[in-house]
Write a protein that binds this ligand. Structure first.
Ligand code: 5GP
Length: 194
């Protein structure tokens, strides 16, 4: 998606060869107009597939997942990282390794929000090693729902997330595919490399 690639080049900062900082439009401050366009793009790509819910992981996936859910006119379900005082019963749990923090966290889904009648679309900000997406898939499978695919804003194509998901026959659609990061360097996968 040209708009997102332009924004990444204008405002993204590669911290090193592995991490891209996008705090000024995705992770901290959010660009609502960009999120609106992203929602339209995902809704168009995944249309006519009988998708019943959009699923995301708190917190950076929420903005694009919400605009996607609005465009598709279906509910959004947010997988929770923190145990809650209110939401602490009837939960599916799974453990996920955090890419940015180097630790692991527990991801939960209420048994009341997704069931075997659902066909879901996962939306997240980044795809790196695919741990977050794989954790989300485990929870969705525990709920006996089916998976239409995964949409991510930024795929770091030099990391193994896509292949892990495609091995499980999960369609992956990413709006910007980065082939290389380095100090002051951001390169996208060119069309002939795809
Ligand atoms: P994965 O589970 O695919 O290894 O990593 C995905 C999660 O880690 C994303 O939801 C995102 O929050 C975080 N992440 C992975 N790579 C980056 C990155 O380069 N920059 C930022 N800001 N977050 C990242």
């Amino acid at each position: 998606m040209k708009l997102l690639e332009e924004k990444i080049l204008a405002e993204g900062h590669a911290l090193d060869e592995n991490i891209l900082k996008v705090d000024s439009f995705i992770n901290h401050k959010v660009d609502p107009q960009l999120m609106k366009e992203i929602g339209k793009e995902f809704a168009e790509h995944f249309k006519n597939q009988g998708i019943t819910k959009v699923i995301t992981i708190e917190s950076s996936g929420i903005a694009p997942a919400l605009t996607t859910a609005i465009e598709m006119n279906i509910p959004l379900v947010i997988l929770k990282k923190q145990p809650s005082q209110v939401l602490n019963q009837d939960l599916y749990h799974t453990e996920v390794a955090s890419f940015t923090k180097g630790t692991s966290y527990e991801l939960t889904l209420s048994m009341h929000q997704i069931d075997e009648n659902d066909h879901v679309l996962i939306i997240d900000d980044f795809l790196a090693n695919g741990e977050a997406a794989t954790g989300a898939l485990r929870l969705i499978r525990k709920a006996h729902a089916t998976i239409a695919g995964i949409g991510v804003l930024i795929e770091k194509a030099f990391q193994p997330g896509r292949s892990k998901l495609e091995e499980q026959m999960i369609p992956v659609y990413s709006l910007a595919r980065i082939s290389k990061l380095g100090k002051d360097l951001i390169e996208f996968v060119s069309e002939h490399q795809e």
